[in-house]
Ligand binder design. Sequence first.
Ligand code: PMP
Length: 428
Amino acid sequence: MAARGDGPYVLDTTGKRYLDASGGAAVSCLGHSNAAVNDAIKAQLDRIAFAHTGFFTNEPMEKLADFLCERAPGDLNAVYFVSGGSEAVEAALKLARQYFIEKGEGSRSRFISRRQSYHGNTLGALSAGGNEWRREPYSPLLMPVALLSPCYAYREKRDGESDFDFGQRVANELEEEILRQGPETICAFICEPVVGATLGAVPAVEGYFSRIREICDTYGILLILDEVMCGMGRTGTLFACEQEGVAPDILVTAKGLGAGYQPIGAMLVSDRIYQTIRNGSGFFQHGHTYMGHPVACAASLAVQTYVEDNNLLENVRLQGAALKNALEATFGQHPFIGDIRGRGLFLGLEIVEDKETKAPFDPARKINAKVKAAAMDAGLMCYPMGGTIDGQRGDHVLLAPPFIIEASHVDEIVSKLAQAFQSTFKEV
Ligand code: PMP
């Protein structure tokens, strides 16, 4: 049982301390028990906890909306607040569909995404994701979504192919799929700028997103970027797509937005979409009871203000580079670590049985569960997951420590992870 938080540490009921090197699942970007955020939550509770958005807007919601729009790329100038990542993705899928109806292009109803992706567990978001294991039991309930190759150089790049050519080749799959189905049937392409849970911090290669943007524009298709995990500073810039030089039509974010202090997610929307609906029906036909929740917005505003005022994104870049270097130095030659990747404080290590062939371990060996248990024994929270690799489940470890970590925490993460690997691989 988690009993208490102390900066980058979680304490259980026995008093044992765990360094939170994964922010849960890339959530706790400020660590735990941040006094400024707690104070903001208490102050908002004393003013008003809840007022339904069917009747009122509220001050923290308005301020948070301004904060995000002023900093967002492109013309993402409207925001819709929900309670988490899946809700934000659902809203994005429905808004894309409504946009085309109001534009007089009601034939557009389909979405395209990528294999080995994750966009949430509600039915629409699950349909959009390419995580076979999560989809499988619900497959009869899901809408058909075409799944393209991920921009996953470690496994998908061909021998002799340059990074750039690889990126163009997988981006061009989007054009091929649009032409196969007919552009007049497609609403949007959705993907994560840096793939989180399913692959373990895999960024695209240079040029991939520019080509994706170009293809979407050519065929009048919306680009939805899912920054639920990689956004809000996690990769070293407030929005992950800033590093691609590309702005989406809809951007969804959550996790680091509220840093776990309150549940909150957001959908940021371009002027073009906002104006089309404003000048049409005037109303996005969607909604949840807790949207724009005042306490959640107050917590999120305090989190984002704290990150900015304390220049924490610089620390993300600095400690992120230090952590990546330390991981490479310690595990670069490890017989079972095939790849080390990521950006900022969003890093992944891929575990393979054979570095030469990149063959993953047999899923029956439950390597990721063993790494997680061994890390918890050592007092480290990391996020080991099994992605789907060539139809088999492979293993990776995702690291997403809080933005407040210092050099000593970097050392502690690496030494405890080494301990966890040692006890896991001794057994296998
Ligand atoms: N999109 C991405 C990229 C995610 O990583 C997640 C959560 N892991 C979600 C959507 C769903 O968010 P939530 O769990 O808050 O519903």
